[in-house]
Design a protein around this ligand. Sequence first.
Ligand SMILES: Nc1nc2c(c(=O)[nH]1)N[C@H]1C(S)=C(S)[C@@H](COP(=O)(O)O)O[C@H]1N2
Ligand SMILES: [Mo]
Length: 406
Amino acid sequence: MKRRNFLKKAALTSLTTLVGTEIVFGNLIPEGYSPLFLQDPDPFKMFDKDTRMSVLNDKPWNIEAKAHLLDEKVTSNKFMFIRNNGIIPQDIDINNWTITFKGESVSQEKTYTLNELKEKFTQHTYQLTLECGGNGRSEFDPPAKGNQWTVGAVACASWTGVRLRDVLEDVGIKGNAVYIGYHAADTHLSGDPNKEPISRGVPMAKALQDETLLAFKMNGEDIPLAHGYPLRLVAGGWPASASGKWVNGISVRNKVHDGNKMTGTAYRVPCDPVEPGAKVKDEDMCIIESMPVKSLITYPRTGAVLSNKKTLEIRGHAWAGELEVAKMEYSIDFGSTWNACSLEKPINRLAWQHFSAKVTLPKEGYYEIWARATDTNGKSQPMVLPGWNPKGYLNNACHRIAVKVG
Ligand SMILES: Nc1nc2c(c(=O)[nH]1)N[C@H]1C(S)=C(S)[C@@H](COP(=O)(O)O)O[C@H]1N2
Ligand SMILES: [Mo]
């Protein structure tokens, strides 16, 4: 029989971190043995998510909420969607975490430790809406490849960090800077250490906004690992792909950042509408910037049955990328007529807004309640699917729920 080789101490330490408790007799685990908890990981336990969330993919992990799970004003971790392009980094040493500013348009390369960022710059807290550009993809026809998000790849958490602008000012930026791009510690699915799973960015104007943060807290606590611990970029109102998780580098570029998923059909849509299924030339594709106006009814849940109750309080959230939502309406007659909802102001720019309405349902039977938001430019959500695009981005069609009275 082969001699038993036991796990190296370092390997045992990282296993213990993963399992979250002492592995009794862990020193006796043979080398090369794969513990059961690693073979069948429970994503809800691993990421501290509500078990009603939907897992769309496990390699990499992609998990979304359902509309009624997003009822809270500020989304808590257990209902927050996870969108990963690569493998979540392991064994993060928060005391040795650094972020390096480089690229053609920095005055000189500069590195900060996480502790330096926290001590040197003023900290700010904002509630910021992050929605995956592909939220709603499952509705497109012809279908688009990728995670088949329904409505639940959106969240509005409270983020605390330092302004990217303050750090950029400290680094020193050349006059020719046009874009920033992020670099992060996750690894490409291929395992190739030279490939970045994703490296996106935003134009300088977005990078320099008050609300664009290098964040180290979410809802007042360390950011959960799956959401970018220990440091992430948060650029609210834009496709959440611009909000790099696990950031350890920022490139200040003298041209549009050309990192992975900045080109081709990734997070780009036809600049002008095309026919469904059309082939679009590369030069006719435009990078998604501000997300479109959208809303979600979070109470009641679709399928609710109201016994003999003909008035119903509905509520939810609405958001409009860089803009505010100016008007919120609902319809109970398949969009023939619309009634006003009451709509709160956002707590800060780029936070979603809460709406509610007392709905009277005239008699027993089946109804659909539709919700429609309008932004400050007068643009409303479409009732049917908006412009088809190769990757199925930007579906902001009206959200609908079914209810039965009696
Ligand atoms: N480093 C890194 N950052 C990333 C991603 C990623 O895969 N790696 N995914 C992006 C995408 S596409 C989205 S929609 C958001 C999702 O953020 P969340 O998982 O915290 O909800 O993170 C963005 N930032
Ligand atoms: Mo995304």
